[in-house]
Design a binder for this molecule. Sequence first.
Ligand code: FPP
Ligand code: MG
Length: 305
Amino acid sequence: MDTEFEARLAAVADATERRLEALLAPAPLPGETLRPARFLDAMRYASLGGGKRLRPFLVVETARLFGVEGEAVVRVAAAVEMIHCYSLVHDDLPALDNDDLRRGRPTVHKAFDEATAILVGDALLTLAFDVLSDEATHADPAVRIALVHALARAAGVGGMVGGQVLDLEAEATTEPHTAEAVIRLQSMKTGALLHHAVEAGAILGRADAEARAALSAYGHALGAAFQVADDILDVVADEAALGKRAGKDAGRNKATLVAVLGLEAARERCDKLVAEAIAALGRLPAGSATGVLAEAARFVARRNS
Ligand code: FPP
Ligand code: MG
């Protein structure tokens, strides 16, 4: 793997971990009464010590293109990661995917209980918006509002949650899945939050319209490549590497691109999307330091977990 990319990914993961730790500290904040101790442990279990922290990486490295760095950016990265972690906790619940293993550990409802897992998701979702709207995240309220608004759009009914709904509907149907429908579902369920991570970096960087459009194209292509790679991994990877159950999509009538296109065509599509993502970066002003973002696009396609 590209060593600069590897080092940056590790650095962002570390900074995100420390920020999440701080945001999940036991002391109540002004306006809060008390943070229940066992429940806070469950929130920490759901969000600390695991994951590639790819979404935080995209926030931080996109903002860095515009010379914007520091703890405030990491707060935004942590907020996006909280949404991601909440979605995984809820996705694993018995009423949804009913999975026992995540990131190589028992899922939250297994390690704690179902009611706790539901509420952990709720609390992480709420805390993400608390963090974004806090003055410590950005001095300019217009930037804070833009971040809140964009995240709400990406995570809600017309984005991640809506995509999850389409996914459940597709699982339940007896009609064959079409590639168009699967691509749209994936662009919502997984793509919207990955795209948002890039968008949040662009908001923090006060990118102009042209740069916003180029980064948006990058985010869409990267998000799509990520989900095709996920579909491929479910078929080819083993459980130990994946840290979650493998081979589960087919058994559940999951709407995946491997199911509708076949493995080879899915691989080709993944390569094409990576090339698209990298080409979009080429539309940024000459001299933009896009190397690690290009490498991130390659990484999502060839990762093994
Ligand atoms: C793996 O991310 C995550 C996905 C493939 C996303 C799947 C989408 C959902 C679970 C949406 C669920 C939504 C609701 C509302 C329940 P990753 O490989 O980055 O995981 P990591 O953080 O463990 O590295
Ligand atoms: Mg799942």
